[in-house]
Ligand binder design. Structure first.
Ligand code: CMP
Length: 136
């Protein structure tokens, strides 16, 4: 039985700033992801705080929100079979130094903060995160 899912992917400021949008999109497309919608935007810190609310008690929350709002990002709705988990796999570990070869973060990530991409961690959060960026 097919299990087509949608997930939210963000190309973070460090990657957009280095002009890696297309290289990252090509990696996604070559793994079978369809980019259903995308937009390049810069968000306010207050919006980043809402987006990352699940992390509000963490020590890195403030820096994380400053960083996500520090420059343009590309938000995308991705679709494929098992999109949520497959995107997590293609992104690689949160800290690029732990990311497996062939993953986006291994290839392009700079640090745990500047790790080039974000991806929803569950189908439930994917719906919330997609709605956050693509309300209509
Ligand atoms: P992301 O998948 O966007 O979700 C939250 C982000 O917090 C994560 O990627 C990292 O870039 C960032 N972060 C910074 N420090 C940590 C940490 N110690 N553990 C997890 N995530 C961290």
């Amino acid at each position: 039985m097919s299990n087509i899912e949608q997930t939210l992917s963000i190309i973070k400021p460090d990657a957009v700033q280095r002009g890696l949008d297309n290289a990252i999109k090509d990696m996604l497309k070559s793994k079978g992801f369809l980019i259903i919608k995308e937009k390049k935007i810069q968000i306010e810190k207050s919006e980043a705080e809402k987006f990352y609310k699940v992390h509000e008690t963490k020590s890195f929350y403030n820096d994380l929100c400053s960083y996500l709002s520090s420059g343009p990002i590309v938000a995308m709705i991705l679709e494929k079979e098992n999109a949520v988990l497959d995107n997590r796999e293609l992104m690689g570990a949160t800290d690029p130094k732990d990311a497996l070869e062939g993953t986006i973060r291994e290839k392009y990530g700079i640090s745990i903060d500047k790790n080039s991409v974000h991806g929803s961690d569950s189908v439930e959060n994917a719906k919330i995160e997609i709605n956050f960026f693509f309300k209509d």
